[in-house]
Design a protein around this ligand. Structure first.
Ligand code: GUN
Length: 297
């Protein structure tokens, strides 16, 4: 069997076209959504991601502002930038790119972001709202993108056994919480596996939908999936490949070649979840702008 390819790139394009229209309508009412990204340090991957996020925002008609701080920036300086952005009425969404330089306390930084401008959904207030089933919460972009991808490709998680592999705060945990919600896109039976799961294959073979976010290539091989399963690969890993001009190629966490012969549907890497994360960041920024306006801020 050859799996259907779920193109995040195509779905993200559709969502971004929808957002373009919504942003144009808001602009005609005098509301221009604003996104601020904060990059601290010189990690090349983070720089690339932040650049992509700002370009996507500009393309959607969202006002975008990038604050770049050196690798030697202090926590006090970073907290000062966040305080300014919290108070800036032209900014509705604030994203601090992770990981931060090791000296900086990530949880203190995330706590400093105004929860109503927290378009990453990483503030403990928003994590708590998500966990308690608040449907109006700003939810983390990557897991929100995965739900959109499933729904828009005709896979409703309701009643299905969804196995999430990975327990990070950015993907695995919020993914499980979104899938558990009593809402469209939720109502799944959810298992979360991680590095200490005793027999990963035994669990993943029971999945109707398998979502993998561990950051390690070939974590899931064809013997670990049930025929017909829907596989969402969140991983982005660089592997050495001298035949590529850049000397490396980007692969996911799933052995795409092998698993796509067994699965019913699968996301590619690149062109899968990555573009959805950016589309959802734009969607969250627009949502935040609308809610802040409604709150008179
Ligand atoms: N680093 C990796 N993924 C993300 C993300 O979704 N948001 C932020 N802020 N940093 C990240």
């Amino acid at each position: 069997m050859s799996a259907k390819i779920i193109s995040g790139k195509d779905i993200a394009r559709t969502i971004r076209d929808e957002l373009n229209e919504q942003v144009a309508e808001l602009a005609s009412e005098g509301l221009v959504p604003g996104l601020a990204t904060v990059l601290a340090g010189d990690d090349p991957a983070s720089r690339l991601y932040v650049g992509m996020k700002n370009r996507a925002a500009a393309e959607a008609g969202i006002h975008s502002r990038q604050v770049t701080l050196s690798a030697s920036t202090t926590e006090v300086e970073l907290l000062g930038v966040i305080a300014e952005l919290n108070a800036d009425p032209a900014i509705h969404g604030i994203l601090v790119q992770l990981p931060l330089p090791r000296r900086i306390d990530e949880s203190r930084v995330l706590l400093a972001i105004d929860p109503d401008k927290d378009v990453d959904g990483f503030h403990p207030i928003n994590v708590g709202r998500l966990a308690t089933g608040d449907l109006d919460v700003l939810a983390p972009c990557t897991p929100r993108g995965v739900i959109e991808m499933l729904l828009r490709s005709g896979v409703d998680p309701s009643g299905k056994h969804v196995v999430v592999v990975g327990r990070s705060n950015i993907v695995g945990k919020p993914m499980a919480l979104l899938l558990l919600r009593r809402a469209h896109g939720g109502n799944a039976t959810v298992s979360v596996a991680h590095s200490r799961t005793a027999d990963l294959g035994a669990l993943t073979r029971t999945a109707d939908v398998l979502i993998v976010a561990v950051g390690w290539p070939n974590t899931i091989t064809r013997d670990m999936v049930k025929p017909g399963v829907t596989v969402i690969d969140v991983g982005t890993n660089r592997v050495d490949d001298p035949t590529c001009e850049r000397g490396y190629r980007v692969v996911g966490d799933v052995d795409f070649e092998g698993v796509s012969e067994v699965a019913g549907a699968i996301t590619p890497v690149p062109g899968g979840v990555g573009p959805m994360t950016i589309a959802m960041l734009l969607a969250n920024t627009v949502e935040a702008a609308i809610r802040l306006r409604a709150a008179g801020r």
